[in-house]
Design a binder for this molecule. Structure first.
Ligand code: ZN
Length: 135
């Protein structure tokens, strides 16, 4: 998933999300990209996403990128949460119903299993898998 800064011919700036650069290119060429404010299809890309980091700015606090954010969340979870692997749905349920001690866990669950847990009112949160995002 990538995003581009876009602007319509009426000067509305917005962000467009696309699967990859080719998807963006195809949609632009086919005139499918639409301004969310005025629905104009005369869209141009703003080239604000590229930058060269000057040496003098290296010491400044920089904004983490999306992938860095995901990695930070992931490493936080790995440090503070117990990995229950494929037993995740089972353990999540046991904790929720008070059968097991309350604690933070993470692990694997299929989409259907996640849906079942959510339907039961169990507060599970899907985690993005870095491998999936980067590929
Ligand atoms: Zn517009």
């Amino acid at each position: 998933m990538i995003s581009f800064d876009l602007e319509c011919n009426n000067g509305h700036k917005f962000e467009g999300f696309f699967k990859d650069y080719n998807a963006f290119d195809d949609q632009m060429k086919a005139g499918l990209v639409e301004c969310p404010v005025c629905n104009s299809r005369e869209i141009k890309r703003l080239y604000t996403g590229c930058s060269i980091q000057a040496k003098s700015s290296l010491l400044e606090k920089k904004q983490p990128t999306f992938f860095e954010m995901v990695r930070m969340v992931e490493s936080y979870i790995k440090e503070h949460f117990e990995n229950v692997g494929d037993r995740f749905p089972e353990v999540a349920r046991a904790i929720y119903y008070g059968i097991e001690e309350e604690r933070n866990i993470y692990g694997n669950a299929s989409k259907d299993e996640m849906k079942e847990l959510i339907d039961e009112g169990i507060p599970v949160v899907p985690l993005p898998k870095i491998d999936d995002i980067e590929n």
